[in-house]
Design a protein around this ligand. Structure first.
Ligand code: GAR
Length: 234
């Protein structure tokens, strides 16, 4: 069975697109039941229309409280068919959700953030990292809790950052990886291979048979990113 997914957007929706593309390529076992945007006129909604996906524009300004807005989103998502067995994927959704939302979908809300959590939460993760002068930046997919860009981490990806680069240079470099790790995280969820234990998310190597197994004998050292690169002899 395909994993029912609701995707929440506030902007261009390129992460939404990466999820759509992976589904259409047959590597992501999911079905987008609803795209919700809390902003009108955003390209994310255009993408939903182009792929004939159900969508709703729900302006948070139309609701009397955060909780009322979240309850309306819960109702719409449940009505769309993302019930007890589905996932809510926040993809550039620039709003904190309350316990009203999180209680309805406990352990079933993911977010992507363009920084290596817990560094640089907020709306300018890439620029904040560049301004800080980090040498390695990146992105994080995590389960959502009530703090911003904070919950248990599913996957992170790192990219080099050069002196003098700003957020505008860094953002597309990170975004390219966002588009790879988010569909992967959702596929792991679809295969029921993620277990949350406190702050830790365990990835089971083989839940049920799946098309693409990770390499069995990964040595973490092989994957180390050192930037600037070590020179010979070090
Ligand atoms: C992405 O870079 C995403 O990681 C970020 O917003 C961008 C949305 O792009 N999210 C956050 O900063 C969350 N704090 P998109 O609309 O093209 O997917």
């Amino acid at each position: 069975m395909k994993l029912p997914v609701a995707v929440l957007v506030s902007g261009s929706g390129s992460n939404l697109q990466s999820i759509i593309d992976r589904i259409e390529q047959g590597v992501l076992d999911a079905e987008i039941k609803l795209v919700v945007s809390n902003r009108a006129g955003v390209f994310g909604i255009e993408r939903a229309k182009r792929h004939n996906l159900p969508y709703k524009v729900m302006l948070h300004t139309d609701y009397r409280s955060r909780e009322a807005f979240d309850q309306a989103m819960v109702d719409a998502i449940v009505e769309a068919g993302v019930g007890d067995n589905g996932l809510v994927a926040m993809a550039g959704f620039m709003r904190i959700v309350t316990s009203v939302f999180l209680r309805a979908f406990e352990g079933r809300v993911m977010n992507i953030h363009p920084a290596l959590v817990p560094s640089f939460p907020g709306v300018n993760g890439q620029a904040d990292a560049a301004d800080y002068g980090v040498k390695i930046a990146g992105c994080t997919v995590h389960f959502v809790d009530e703090q911003m860009d904070h919950g248990p981490v599913v996957i992170q990806a790192a990219v080099p950052c050069q002196a003098g680069e700003d957020g505008n240079v860094l953002a597309p470099r990170i975004l390219k990886l966002e588009h790879r790790v988010y569909p992967q995280a959702i596929q792991w969820y679809a295969e029921d291979r993620l277990r949350i234990a406190g702050r830790h998310v365990e990835l089971k190597v083989a839940g049920r048979p799946c098309a693409r197994q990770p390499k069995a004998d990964i040595e973490p050292e092989t994957y180390a990113l050192v930037w600037p690169p070590l020179e010979e002899g070090f």
